[in-house]
Every structure is written in structure tokens, then in C-alpha cells.
Design a protein around this ligand. Sequence first.
Ligand SMILES: O=P(O)(O)OC[C@H]1O[C@H](O[C@H]2O[C@H](CO)[C@@H](O)[C@H](O)[C@H]2O)[C@H](O)[C@@H](O)[C@@H]1O
Length: 283
Amino acid sequence: MSKDSPIPVDEQLPRIRSALRETDSVLLCLDFDGTMAPIVDDPSEATPLTTAVDAVQSLASNPTVRTAVVSGRSLADVRSRLDGPSLFAGNHGLEIQRRGSVSVHPIARKRSTLVDRSCIELSDAFDSFDDCWVENKRLTATVHRRSNSPDRRETIRRVTKSVLDRVGEGRLTYSRGRRILEISPRIPWGKGNAVEVLRRSVPADSLVVYLGDDTTDELAFEAVEPEGIGILVGEPAPSRASARLDSPAAVASFLHWLESDALARSKRSQMNAVGRPSQRTVQ
Ligand SMILES: O=P(O)(O)OC[C@H]1O[C@H](O[C@H]2O[C@H](CO)[C@@H](O)[C@H](O)[C@H]2O)[C@H](O)[C@@H](O)[C@@H]1O
């Protein structure tokens, strides 16, 4: 699938509205950093926007919507930051919580020792760097690069690669994200697979809407489009998403818009259930 520049959501409202009208059930998947929470320097301080949380909680209590968070953070970390959704995927989908139980990718579980060892080596290697540190998420890890200098960023990438080649025994790999390098087991598994697993928790004809801002979200957009709706959050850029929102603040507004649509949909299905004629109330 080729990458084009996604079209602003505002210009796509007719298409989104009509997709919503054709379904009785929505699976709403949300990335966390850069989507629900604005990007900040210190990852431990990332907080979702209150208005976005309000909308998600209200959507989570609507019978026609299932809400899910799909994050690169560990499951425990992202769960502690956002209350409401019933489905969670952490570590880029390597750990998934649904129906109250958690499943961990078996190969990722085995390779967590390699992630641990690599984090120790990388932390040593970057000890004297004041613009770089390592976040160990057990199944994956993140090297945070804060320098604006391309040379410095390249040095950090080279050091990371050489540690992974040596300590990771070829069984770990890395990719680039927003001011980070994401370290993960070298297996064909990502956020797209996570969305496929989460889909099993909703009716087969559910409309899947996925919002995300970073490179790892591209696999999820690919899994969702074109039947579902992928929404890139951030500056215009080539993406597999078909729609775009500017920022987490715009995400919050969109979620409130979805909330009013969901309310109308649940009223509609209640009326259908008691045998009255269906009424389309979504504007
Ligand atoms: O999939 P996500 O939920 O978006 O998680 C991706 C990574 O998010 C975090 O890093 C990003 O957000 C930080 C806080 O705003 C920011 O400091 C960093 O530059 C961003 O890349 C998190 O720290 C990583 O572990 C996640 O993989």
C-alpha cells in the first residue's frame, strides 16, 4: 500500500459520518503519546488531555463502542495513565489485555532477557551522554535521543546498533520514532497485529477507527484501511492513514464529536430493539 498525505478530518466528515451510519458497532483504537497525551521531554510526565479522557470515558460506557489503547509503552505503564478503555495493547502489541486476561507474545517473553542485557550495556555506553537515556520496558526498550545534532543522533544510533548486534545476538532490532530509537524483538509483530487481535473482541462488522502519531502506528493504519479509518495525528506527512488531525487537542475534539454520534447510534439501536422505525439523528 502506498503512502499519501492524509486529508484533514474536517474535509472527510461526510465519509466518516457515512461509515459510522453503516455500522452498529465501532472499535476505537487510540495510541497514547502524541495522540492522547501531548509530547513532553520527560516520558514519566506524559498526561492525557482531560477533555480527551472525558470523551474516552463516555465513549467507553456507550454499548455501541469498544475503546482500546495501543501503545509502545509497557501495558502496566499505559494502563496507569488512562482509565476507561476495556482493551489495552502495550509494548507495540506484544502484551494485550482483553476480557480481563493478559497475553504476552511467547517469543518476546523469551527475548526479554536480551532486552534487559542490552539496556544494561546501553545505559553504560550512554552514561556520559547528557542528551540520551534508556527506558527499559522489559519486552521492548526505548533509547531517548534529545540532541538536535544529526551527528550526535547518528552516533547514538551506531552505538545502539553495535550493542544490539553483540548482546542481542541478532534477535533484537530497532526502528526510529519521535526523538527515540525503539528496540524490539526481531519478529513480525507490531501494532497492526495488535489491532487484528483486538478485533476478535468486537462484532465482525465493526468499524475500526485508529488514531496514532508515530512510525509504529503505520502498521496499524495498514491493518485498518481502507475498510476502517486511520487517522494520523500531527503535521502533514506521507502515511497509510487516510485522514489527519493536527494535535492531541484536535483528537479530543474529534472524540467528543464521535461521542455524540455514538449516543445517537445507541438510541437508534434501542428504538430498533423495541420495534420502532429507525431514525437517523447524526448530523
Ligand atoms: O505508542 P505510543 O503510546 O505513542 O508510545 C510510543 C513511545 O512513547 C513515549 O515516547 C514518546 O513520548 C515521550 C513523552 O511525550 C517523548 O518524550 C518521546 O520523545 C516520544 O518518543 C515512550 O517514552 C516510549 O516508551 C514509547 O515507545
